[in-house]
Ligand binder design. Structure first.
Ligand code: OGA
Ligand code: MN
Length: 293
């Protein structure tokens, strides 16, 4: 059966429910092309009833490009999951129990509750993230996605002109500092230097994205105060309910989003209950190559 799509939002060019494929075994080149085309249109695809094992999830993701490990590269800490390519999006410690409230694991979980685009703070650009739901809590814990393309389109002409040439500085630890987690050595602070992204990001399929999120901490050429206020204003614009799809998880869901075209955030849940999801994220090979050229 080929890929079948049904809209999940009022905007037919945002999140869609995808059916017709079994993601646990290798899919054909034409199915991969169909998913890529659907991602260019919808930016978020929801697959249900596809509980993937660790190796299956890695194998599925690798069909879309090399995998990125984000901050995990730096943390030389023991990992709970066997597969190094998987990011452990859980509140669990190494024994599989909910981690202490003041642990860094829980801080990074809470940082995921701030609107962001995965890994926008690093030099290696990323494309898709794929999140698989393993264990869920009794309340909360939805994940929300905001469409940066529709948000850009809705800006008035004056704002589009104002931001057309601006670049934002994204920094890995900015979200951590916001949450009071600032106990890092100078070496750790320098490990991931800030990177610049245009506020208006041209996507290869002809749309523009208003590329903001919590990792953006300043705007080049503006004072810190003016830049931060503009970033907060734009993020508020982007995250209006009319641009947002809220995903209520079921075990076995796999959600794919395009980090170039969306920001996302987790919602609060009971941190005393186990919540376990696993993420794979692909490198944006096309952009990386064009930068290297
Ligand atoms: C992520 C993320 C949010 C959530 O996995 O990148 O931000 O709801 N997750 O767990
Ligand atoms: Mn994320």
């Amino acid at each position: 059966m080929p890929l079948n799509l049904a809209p999940l939002t009022a905007d037919p060019e945002f999140a869609a429910l995808a059916t017709g494929l079994d993601l646990s075994c290798p899919i054909s080149a034409s199915d991969i092309a169909a998913i890529d085309a659907a991602m260019d249109c919808h930016a978020v695809l929801v697959f249900r009833g596809q509980p993937l094992g660790q190796a299956e999830q890695v194998a599925f993701a690798e069909q879309f490009g090399p995998l990125d490990l984000g901050l995990k590269r730096l943390k030389k800490q023991p990992e709970r999951l066997e597969k190094a390519e998987l990011m452990d999006i859980s509140n669990l410690d190494l024994d599989g129990r909910p981690a202490a409230r003041d642990s860094r694991k829980v801080v990074s979980n809470i940082a995921n509750q701030l609107w962001h685009s995965d890994s926008s703070f690093q030099a290696t650009p990323v494309k898709y993230s794929m999140l698989s739901a393993v264990r869920l809590t009794s309340w909360g814990g939805a994940t929300e996605f905001a469409d940066l393309r529709a948000a850009y389109d809705a800006l008035d002409a004056r704002m589009k002109a104002e931001i057309a040439a601006l670049q934002a500085e994204h920094f890995a630890l900015h979200s951590r500092f916001m949450l009071g987690d600032d106990d890092y050595t100078p070496e750790q602070r320098d490990q991931i230097p800030p990177v610049l992204w245009p506020l208006v990001r041209e996507l290869p399929y002809g749309r523009s994205a208003l590329f903001v999120g919590v990792h953006a901490r300043a705007i080049q050429g503006l004072t810190l105060a003016e830049g931060r206020m503009l970033l907060m204003d734009l993020l508020e614009h982007v995250t209006q309910p009319r641009f947002v799809y809220a995903h209520e998880w079921q075990v076995g869901d796999l959600v794919i989003w395009d980090n170039r075209a969306t920001v996302h955030r987790g919602r609060r849940y009971d941190m005393a209950e186990p919540r376990e999801l696993r993420r794979t994220t692909t490198v944006d090979v096309q952009l990386a190559a064009s930068r290297a050229a």
